[in-house]
Design a protein around this ligand. Structure first.
Ligand code: IPE
Ligand code: IPE
Ligand code: MG
Length: 247
């Protein structure tokens, strides 16, 4: 066995067994704000900061894929003013990301139907994906107007349309070939899914891809989620016995 470095010992995890793909449901922004008698939108602003910090940390410790749930297909039920602030925060983040792209060298992808977002946001998303496509090694997927069921229905529609148009042979569909119709095509499934804020559910997040993911729940609210909390989640993950149906 390889020796653990002192830093690893400090963090408590083994750098040889890091999850390749971590997915996070950024939840608890509203409650965080409520507890401080602040508007919910202040919680979203604080949550965006946490995202910056955690994304940087994941990159620094060598996580290859980070998938973040930012806005679900169900989140449109929220008051328009709250939705507007979330979209503005995303816009702000993308401006920044574009500005320091050459320095960060992170490939960025978006999961979800972005065609209903503002033209400005769509343009920023397209630019971010295009300009970061050349980077290898670290990838961040941001789920916006994303729903797991919506993703599966779209995949089925696109598959049928490919068969109808003769783009692919009408052969038996397999789990592997169907996966190529998901937003996550070509990427490994999440090894670890983290949900802060105490809710014990997936809320329509990556329901196809998480079939065998390890789930980690914590009561910490997303704006309070720290690098140490991520360390704890990784330690918990490393103590699991992943059997994938075997023995
Ligand atoms: C997560 O925080 C952010 C989004 C869903 C966009 P919430 O806004 O859901 O926070 P709570 O769950 O109300 O505390
Ligand atoms: C899940 O959080 C969606 C995101 C974090 C983007 P929600 O706050 O929308 O989930 P529910 O409503 O508690 O299930
Ligand atoms: Mg919530």
């Amino acid at each position: 066995m390889m020796e653990l470095s002192s830093t690893d010992l400090e963090k408590g995890w083994d750098s040889d067994k890091l999850p390749c793909h971590i997915a996070i449901i950024m939840d608890g922004n509203g409650r965080w704000a409520q507890r401080r008698a602040l508007p919910r939108t202040a919680g979203h602003a604080a949550g965006a900061e946490t995202f910056r910090r955690i994304a940087t940390y994941c990159k620094d410790i060598g996580i290859k894929y980070l998938t973040i749930y930012a806005f679900s297909t169900e989140n449109w039920k929220r008051p328009p003013a709250e939705v507007k602030v979330i979209m503005e925060l995303l816009e702000k983040y993308l401006h920044e990301a574009l500005g320091k792209m050459e320095k960060d060298r992170v490939k960025m992808k978006f999961f979800g139907d972005v065609t209903v977002l503002s033209p400005k946001l769509q343009e920023l998303i397209a630019q971010t994906e295009e300009l970061s496509a050349k980077f290898e090694g670290v990838q961040i997927n941001i789920c916006v107007n994303y729903g797991g069921r919506d993703e599966i229905v779209r995949a089925a529609e696109n598959y049928v349309s490919d068969v109808k148009n003769g783009r692919i042979a009408d052969e038996k569909l397999t789990e592997e070939s169907f996966s190529r119709y998901m937003y996550s095509a070509g990427m490994p499934d999440p090894d670890l899914v983290i949900r802060p804020s105490g809710e014990l559910r997936l809320s329509n997040f990556l329901i196809w891809q998480t079939a065998y993911s390890e789930l980690y729940y914590t009561d910490v609210l997303w704006p309070d989620f720290s690098e140490q909390e991520l360390d704890k989640a990784i330690v918990s993950y490393q103590n699991r016995n992943r059997r994938f149906g075997g023995i």
